[in-house]
Ligand binder design. Sequence first.
Ligand code: NAD
Ligand code: TYD
Length: 351
Amino acid sequence: MKKNILITGGAGFIGSHVVRLFVKKYPEYMIVNLDKLTYAGNLANLKDIEDQPNYRFVKADIVDADAIFKIFEEWKFDGVIHLAAESHVDRSIANPMEFVMTNVIGTVNLLNAARNTWKDNMEGKLFYHISTDEVYGSLSNEGYFVEDTSYDPHSPYSASKASSDHFVRAFNDTFGIPALVSNCSNNYGSYQFPEKLIPLFINNIRNNKSLPVYGKGENVRDWLWVEDHARAIDVIFHQGKAGETYNIGGHNEWTNIDLIKLMCKILDKKLGREVGTSEQLISYVKDRAGHDVRYAIDSSKLQRELGWNPSLQFEEGLEKTIDWYLDNETWMYNITSGDYQTYYEAQYTKR
Ligand code: NAD
Ligand code: TYD
């Protein structure tokens, strides 16, 4: 069926994988990628599909309500997959207001525009909000986040995402907007901006730069391959029930230090270094403020109800990911050669 689908944040890490999957898999859909192109948005992430007839790019800021209303007027979207966000915890500690603006106000602007466009007929429409497991807070050694775990965000990032999740559910309950939310664990894979742990450390290891481990490196994250997240988004968009929440995760928990040592070992082999060389770059630095101890997702509802499962074993995915960054040096060079240096110094020189 012909549909106009809006994907926000499609020039970012996860968004670019979702855009690519939808453009290739659904030639009957018109996929409109709306993105402000912040430091994290990069059209080079979509080079391979930018000329497809069912793809359009629109540069816009979701905080700009008038611009968003006009874009909805023009395209009369049937569905929205909302990924645009400020997404890095450390930046949210440095500048919380940016996160309130984009993640909270931007989301409400999109909800208002969808409500206005769909007011006479909600049939077949869907507002799908992409969120994070970080809204649930921090776990100790035991237990998992399930869909009805109470929200307990600790960082300005997770607080802003929690707020946006609440607004999406409120628009569903109050105005009948068909909407749903999924909350996913940490993603890894190609095209991730090198401020996040995995691409940052791959890049630093390759360049023989120090590896800044926050605290003791004992915090635990549950890592999911980004293409498995994109597949889950596809399944939920097409088969999920409005009003529902779906947790997405890989059942793949790693302490940061174990993961970092594994990356060092793989890269020593690939770079022809003696095993043990890159581990010497590890430097324990001041812990992140409000650092959540452990995230772990129970995704059994999604597996049971919609039949989704992660496709890739972590060791295989990590190796593929490392190969991708080693093979795409120009991509990395282009995004780390400008403002990135200023960010890096501000973030790491005082630790
Ligand atoms: P990202 O930072 O790589 O990309 C965000 C994109 O949003 C960029 O292209 C950026 O230009 C765009 N953007 C930012 N502000 C905007 C604005 N005001 N208007 C329009 N566009 C704007 O983020 P990501 O890691 O791809 O995350 C995408 C979504 O998935 C986010 O909502 C995030 O909270 C969620 N999420 C991320 C992870 C993860 O591990 N990265 C895990 C779970 C959920
Ligand atoms: P990150 O990739 O920023 O994701 P999130 O904080 O959203 O989970 O960080 C993953 C883990 O790695 C987190 O526990 C913080 C830690 N970390 C470091 O130890 N050093 C770093 O330089 C970065 C960016 C993260």
